[in-house]
Design a binder for this molecule. Structure first.
Ligand code: KDG
Ligand code: MG
Length: 409
């Protein structure tokens, strides 16, 4: 079998997605997700200008060889743009291999280690009553684990609080990256946040009891000692995990955090390779790997980092916001179903429009995801629908402190 075409499709049903479609001389096609939120066209251009022509004539079965060729022959390694582009190729080749074998990809990765994937959903509120309503709604929909984010008095706009939900008629802000020519400016105050978050978890525990697994995302905003303080102050509320407490370029920071708290830690949604996890895993400084197949070079490296993490009893918690497309979500769900050290899968439903563009075999039943048993990844692109939603420029927001200093978002 030979690759005869590789096309990049950019579509914006409710938000932008970049998809690679690889076609073979035997008529099999494969899809890969190359979406990098707010920098989408950089990856589209990396693929169309530098990668697609290199794929023509190659044997699509040689997944590992193609991955190593793209990674090593570029000389310039790593980074989100490069690794999202390589991820798209890797996923598309696994999709083709699955279709050629007549099997879903999880079967090629060793077969299912569980019946389905436990998920967590995103509850949020501008105040406690709104947060409680959101948690109840998620529980009614079957979610068994809940991420809790709430507004903080004194902070006007805050990550993770679905303020636009009512306006759009759908539950989530599908696009924190606002459409337009400039990023939105938000505000941030770490001291106010650190004071407020434990009071929110106390209220949630009092209302929903001790059993419900609760998660929280710090979204990269604290220093190591602030993160340690937050982890310690949340210990009475028994979190499933506390995520992205610091901007984790500095892996050593987790040594300090770990010394101070037993709250389980999750990190890695912005990581691109196993090297970003090297110290964190080897020194058992984290509990969950947050990588996404899309930003981590695809299915092949995701499986490898999880096999490494397994030696240290570290489990998966793959990144699954709506900017990971249905193709990327399917890719990592096949990995999650196959590996032994699966932890939990983040799951935000894609919008109705997105689901018209990406036809999926994925199911979500009673809080559990399953990628389905269609051969390959189980996602097909409706190209006509995709073409009806042209790209729209979008930027993620950024933060400023009260004195005007730019802060991590
Ligand atoms: O594009 C940015 C989002 O992927 C990120 O803000 C979502 O932190 C996130 C999460 O945990 O889902
Ligand atoms: Mg996060």
């Amino acid at each position: 079998m030979k690759i005869t075409a590789a096309d990049v499709i950019v579509t914006s049903p409710s938000r932008n997605f970049v998809t690679l479609k690889i076609t073979t001389d035997e008529g099999l096609t494969g899809l890969g997700d190359a979406t990098l939120n707010g920098r989408e066209l950089a990856v589209a251009s990396y693929l169309t200008e530098h990668v697609t022509q290199l794929l023509i004539g190659r044997d699509p079965h040689r997944i590992e060889d193609t991955w190593q060729f793209l990674y090593r022959s570029a000389y310039w390694r790593r980074g989100p743009v490069t690794m999202a582009a390589i991820a798209a190729v890797d996923m598309a080749l696994w999709d083709i291999k699955g279709k050629a074998a007549g099997m879903p990809v999880y079967q090629l990765l060793g077969g299912a280690s569980r019946t389905a994937l436990r998920t967590y959903g995103h509850a949020s509120g501008r105040d406690i009553p709104e947060l409680f309503d959101s948690i109840r709604q998620h529980l009614e929909e079957g979610y068994k684990s809940i991420r809790v984010q709430s507004s903080v008095p004194g902070i006007k706009a805050l990550y993770g609080v679905a303020a636009q939900a009512q306006a759009t008629g759908e539950r989530y802000d599908f696009e924190p990256a606002g459409r337009g020519a400039q990023p939105t400016e938000e505000d941030w105050d770490t001291r106010a946040y650190l004071r407020h978050v434990p009071t929110v978890f106390e209220a949630v525990r009092n209302e929903f009891g001790p059993e419900l697994p609760l998660l929280h995302d710090g979204h990269h905003r604290m220093t190591p000692i602030q993160a340690a303080k937050l982890g310690k102050s949340l210990e009475p509320y028994d979190l499933f995990w506390l995520e992205d407490v610091t901007p984790a370029e500095n892996q050593e920071a987790f040594r300090l955090i770990r010394q101070h708290t037993t709250t389980p830690l999750a990190v890695g949604e912005v990581f691109n390779t196993v090297f970003d996890f090297q110290t964190l895993i080897r020194e058992q400084l984290i509990d969950y790997v947050r990588a996404a197949s899309t930003h981590f070079g695809g299915i092949s490296p995701l499986k490898k980092v999880m096999d490494y993490a397994a030696q240290y009893q570290i489990r998966s918690g793959f990144h699954g916001p709506t900017d990971v497309s249905p193709v990327g979500l399917a890719a990592q769900s096949h990995v999650g179903l196959a590996i032994h050290n699966f932890g939990i899968q983040e799951y935000m439903e894609h919008s109705k429009k997105t689901n018209t563009v990406f036809e999926q075999s994925m199911t979500f039943v009673d809080g559990y995801l399953h990628p389905g048993d269609s051969p390959g990844l189980g996602v097909e692109l409706n190209e006509e629908a995709a073409a009806s939603f042209p790209y729209q420029q979008a930027y993620l927001p950024y933060n400023r402190l009260t004195d005007g200093t730019v802060h991590d978002w």
